[in-house]
Design a protein around this ligand. Structure first.
Ligand SMILES: CC(C)(COP(=O)(O)OP(=O)(O)OC[C@H]1O[C@@H](n2cnc3c(N)ncnc32)[C@H](O)[C@@H]1OP(=O)(O)O)[C@@H](O)C(=O)NCCC(=O)NCCS
Length: 193
């Protein structure tokens, strides 16, 4: 109950703040410095579901997000004056990072937020000393593929019938990026010797 009251308070304060800026200083709403990248909280999940349902034909359920948090995946949201504008989830296992989801609210696409969240997922992978970061993408998702190629991912394979589709299943392209450069391997070698 206390959680619910606190969330309501937070929402009202943020909405009042956003209305104030929209009326008197609209340029502030475009200011990148008011973006806040932070870990996902359970109370954010309703907002994520609304975005999921707008962008994906087969959206994740609230339970899937809860499971990601429970398992310990690294779950991030980017917020702007209390509204979630983008989010990303990466799992780390056996020296490999796997991007499970990356999504930007349709109202806020093409402002560089997708790239920012992906950079955060890559930093998490580097902090965890992963050698590789991987992801799947639908071959039809040209916008996402352009983002991933631009950031240094390369296609390394195809997973047959990976995604549900309007008619049956759709393959996934498997993209990956090496995170270990020769320099970092050398640093690691000298640090351990
Ligand atoms: C794919 C997605 C995450 C990109 O996020 P975004 O914030 O809109 O993208 P950015 O503004 O960070 O753009 C980064 C690059 O991606 C590419 N890109 C993104 N949207 C594009 C579009 N509509 N057309 C062409 N290229 C696009 C461009 O290369 C762009 O670089 P540039 O602006 O220097 O040309 C976003 O469109 C999205 O959430 N889509 C729906 C969910 C989804 O498909 N997620 C990926 C699942 S694998």
């Amino acid at each position: 109950m206390t959680d619910w009251i606190n969330n309501m308070k937070r929402m009202l304060i943020y909405n009042a703040e956003r209305d104030f800026y929209a009326k008197f200083y609209p340029e502030v709403l475009e200011d990148e410095s008011i973006l806040n990248l932070r870990l996902l909280k359970r109370s954010d999940i309703d907002q994520l579901i609304k975005i999921e349902q707008q962008v994906y034909g087969f959206p994740w359920s609230a339970q899937t997000f809860k499971d990601c948090m429970k398992i310990g995946y690294s779950c991030w949201v980017m917020e702007k004056l209390g509204d979630i504008v983008a989010y990303g989830i990466v799992s780390i296992a056996a020296g490999e990072a796997h991007v499970m989801n990356l999504c930007v609210d349709p109202k806020h696409q093409r402002k560089g937020y997708g790239r920012k969240v992906m950079k955060q997922l890559i930093s998490v992978a580097l902090e965890e000393r992963c050698r590789l970061i991987l992801l799947e993408v639908r071959p039809s998702n040209q916008n996402a593929i352009a983002l991933y190629h631009g950031m240094g991912f390369n296609e390394i394979g195809r997973r047959k019938d990976y995604y549900p589709a309007e008619k049956g299943r759709e393959d996934a392209l498997l993209l990956a990026m090496d995170l270990i450069t020769e320099e970092s391997e050398e640093e690691e070698y000298f640090a351990s010797s």
